[in-house]
Ligand binder design. Structure first.
Ligand code: MLT
Length: 306
């Protein structure tokens, strides 16, 4: 590479269109998926920009080793895998693509509620195994007429709420902001406690708290209605996994769908294997459309910044 060419290290898989655009714009791009924290620390010093999704953690050590780094791009929404204070102390810009995956995450959450209500993956597995358990699956529930509680009424929460409303559900929301960005007509804003007491279905759409404290723990499960359905397409740490297991065992939670886990992939599979749990491997933003939008935005950010 010519010496003056800015170099970009892409640590997690991103769409080919982004790589092509960056290269066409004159950037030197290296794709290195699955680097260990140590390998990343060794390599990062040679780059002007780094692109990550959710798998790669850019901690204080990696950022300290990034001698010429000017930009970190998070190909997605959450920046919780980046030590923002360490980046700020070195004047490294951290940029994300906050709008590109809104619809995709909301649609996954909706799909997971539909799957939970009728236990679609479990019924599918039963038929594939040669059984025909029509009676065992005859206690599905309709979503119309139920109350959906959305914790975090941002872009994603608001989009999910509007879809749920169109399906005939009542939608209540809880948010730290008095006027949340995802607010829509028909949404009733409540305190978290009130929401938990009212909701038949609960969906999480907040970033993790800075202290890493779960938003839904033992106390919150105790406040929920009997037989509630829970979806988490946000961050694993938002739900206390032991408390969720206990709530599933007691029947307080009738079904939970998890796209995210406290550790990914989860090493302890008790939750993932629970018969009333449906899991996906952090797929919220993994649609062709969202990834295409993210790809175009990343390339644009880097070509502007470098
Ligand atoms: C995000 O914050 O956008 C998600 O974690 C999606 C992802 O990177 O897969």
């Amino acid at each position: 590479l010519p010496v003056d060419r800015a170099r970009v290290l892409v640590c997690d898989p991103i769409p080919a269109v982004a790589i092509e655009r960056m290269r066409a714009g004159g950037l030197g791009v290296d794709e290195k998926d699955g680097l260990s924290p140590e390998a990343l620390e060794t390599l990062i010093g040679g780059y002007d920009a780094v692109v990550v999704r959710s798998a790669t953690r850019l901690g204080a050590r990696q950022i300290a080793a990034a001698r010429r780094l000017r930009v970190i791009v998070r190909a997605g929404v959450g920046t919780d895998n980046i030590d923002l204070a360490a980046a700020a102390s070195r004047d490294i810009a951290v940029l994300n693509t906050p709008k590109a995956s809104t619809g995709s995450v909301a649609e996954l959450a909706l799909g997971l509620f539909l799957a939970l209500a009728r236990r679609i993956p479990q019924a599918d597995a039963a038929v594939k195994s040669g059984r025909w358990p029509k009676k065992a699956f005859s206690d599905g529930i309709e979503l119309a007429g139920k109350t959906l509680g959305i914790i975090g009424v941002g872009r994603i929460g608001g989009t999910l709420g509007r879809c749920a409303s169109a399906l005939g559900m009542a939608v209540v929301g809880a948010d730290k902001a008095a006027e949340p960005v995802g607010r829509f007509e028909g949404l009733e804003l409540l305190s978290l406690e009130e929401l938990l007491a009212r909701a038949d279905l609960v969906s999480l759409h907040t970033p993790p708290s800075e202290e890493g404290r779960a938003v839904i723990g033992w106390e919150e499960f105790a406040r929920m209605k009997e037989g509630v359905l829970l979806v988490n397409c946000a961050r694993g740490g938002l739900v206390d996994e032991e408390a969720l297991l206990a709530a599933l065992e007691s029947g307080k939670v009738r079904g939970a769908a998890l796209d995210v886990f406290a550790g990914e992939p989860p090493r302890d599979l008790r939750l993932a294997r629970h018969p009333h749990v449906i899991c996906t491997p952090h797929l919220g933003a993994s649609t062709r459309e969202a990834q295409a939008r993210i790809g175009v935005e990343i390339a644009q950010i880097l070509l502007e910044q470098l």
